[in-house]
Design a protein around this ligand. Structure first.
Ligand code: B12
Ligand code: SF4
Ligand code: SF4
Length: 383
């Protein structure tokens, strides 16, 4: 084990822990209950497979090697009391979640897991049957890492490493080698509930349980169609994921982050993107924006949709012309409808009148009429 640990740290992995390939006893029913309650939203793939049983992926598996790769983020740590005082960003830029600020972690972790498999084969003195997993297989990665003792699951549902933070990404190597398993750690959240109360969309049903349908990561990344209207105003200027439940966590205070460090490839190279650029993104610019980045998970239309929502929340009338153009011309009706919603937030009465009358797709006309009537109500209340 010591050799494996040091091989992992040579590979830039901050943690390595092992658990058996036996099914997860508690997490299995918790996952099924979560699915039955409909909390997965449109992520159909989450109900597929036997996610609590590693052997459903590799029947010969005897052990699961769980690893973590830390990332650095430009998203600041915000003690809870200061969240409300955070200055409103007036620049027309959209925020990216920390894990998406550097290179795409999937191939990086995958290659390190393959290298770890080679090292294990050398140590075992025989070929090793292994299967790397990084979001790529139906597996409850956090629950496995917790059983291995790599860290504990916090009330925000994220795996927090001892003496470290939750700013890490997980990967697993299923192997046909029997290795000594680690022991789970105790939950160290104590009385703290910062993450639960700070979530902008009230996405936590309770400690440890998230309703993904309300989570900004789901709304901006996983959801393909329209974002529920009542949640749009709560998203702020986030265009890809969200870090609030991590930014307020004492385990992510700057001193902890400094202690753990980060993989150089995952170090932030950009933490924001221009909203107007995203709204007007062409196919070739889209390819260069998402290249070698976790952003490739979202389509051009999703990025434009998210930018429209963020511009609406920014509320700066100087973006009226760009939004009006998108509402009339964008190739995606979803983007056109969100741009119309944003025009309502900007108080663009003339543009809304035009959109409600013109021969627009039904979704655009309906949104224009609704936004217009809300706008007129607001104006009447103010006078
Ligand atoms: C789908 C998914 C999402 C969905 C749903 C999230 C969710 N909470 O389920 C959405 C899009 C919302 C999402 C958001 C994020 N995600 Co995500 N996501 C996944 C993915 C692909 C599957 C997760 C899953 O199966 N969810 C279903 C639920 C049931 O499972 P679970 O929460 O993972 O497991 C819980 C239960 O089993 C429960 N449990 C276990 N035993 C018991 C016992 C009892 C008694 C109880 C009550 C519960 C319980 O605890 C487990 C941990 O919470 C995983 C990768 C993977 N394959 O695991 C990444 C993963 C979980 N995501 C990750 C990240 C980084 C994020 C974000 C931080 C990204 C961002 N900045 O925007 C946010 C964080 C939101 C949050 N607070 O959870 C990392 C987490 C790393 C870490 N340190 O924990 C993972 C592991 C990806 C990776 N390979 O690193 N994600
Ligand atoms: S990622 Fe953001 S929206 Fe999702 S649970 Fe955490 S704080 Fe809430
Ligand atoms: S914010 Fe507090 S309750 Fe939430 S995970 Fe961190 S320590 Fe636990």
């Amino acid at each position: 084990m010591r050799e494996l640990q040091s091989a992992a740290s040579r590979l830039g992995l901050s943690q390595l822990a092992v658990t058996s390939a036996e099914p997860l006893e508690l997490a299995g029913p918790a996952w099924q209950g979560w699915i039955a309650a409909g909390r997965r939203g449109a992520m159909d793939y989450l109900s597929e497979g036997q996610r609590a049983d590693p052997r459903s992926i590799l029947p010969q598996a005897r052990s699961v090697i769980c690893v973590a790769m830390p990332y650095a983020t430009n998203t600041p740590f915000i003690p809870l009391g200061r969240l409300a005082q955070k200055p409103v960003e007036r620049k027309a830029v959209g925020e990216l979640a920390g894990y998406a600020q550097g290179q795409d972690y999937h191939p990086l972790l995958w290659n390190r897991l393959l290298a770890l498999g080679d090292i294990l084969a050398d140590l075992a003195g025989r070929p090793v049957l292994g299967r790397p997993c990084v979001d790529t297989a139906p597996l409850l990665e956090r629950a496995l890492a917790a059983r291995a003792g790599l860290g504990f699951v916090g009330k925000n549902g994220l795996l927090i490493a001892p003496g470290g933070s939750s700013l890490l990404l997980l990967g697993e190597l299923l192997v046909d080698v029997e290795l000594p398993p680690g022991a789970p750690m105790k939950d160290r959240c104590g009385e703290c509930t910062n993450c639960l109360s700070a979530c902008p969309t009230a996405a936590f049903v309770g400690p440890y349980v998230l309703d993904a349908r309300r989570c900004i990561a789901y709304l901006t990344i996983e959801l393909q169609g329209p974002i529920p209207r009542d949640l749009r105003a709560l998203i702020g200027t986030r265009v890809f994921g969200c870090d609030v439940c991590q930014s307020v966590c004492p385990f992510n205070a700057p001193n902890a982050q400094a202690r753990v460090g980060s993989a150089p490839e995952l170090t932030s190279r950009r933490s924001t993107l221009s909203l107007i650029e995203l709204l007007e993104l062409g196919a070739s610019r889209y390819r260069s924006v998402v290249r070698r980045s976790a952003l490739r998970r979202v389509s051009r239309a999703q990025l434009a949709r998210n930018a429209a929502v963020a511009l609406g929340n920014l509320g700066d009338p100087q973006h009226t012309a760009s939004l009006y153009r998108a509402a009339q011309e964008h190739s995606s009706v979803v983007v056109r409808e969100h741009a119309t919603w944003a025009l309502g937030r900007l108080g663009a009465e003339c543009e809304l009148r035009a959109l409600s009358a013109e021969a627009q797709p039904e979704a655009v006309r309906v949104e224009a009429c609704r936004s217009l009537s809300e706008l007129l109500d607001r104006t009447a209340d103010a006078t």
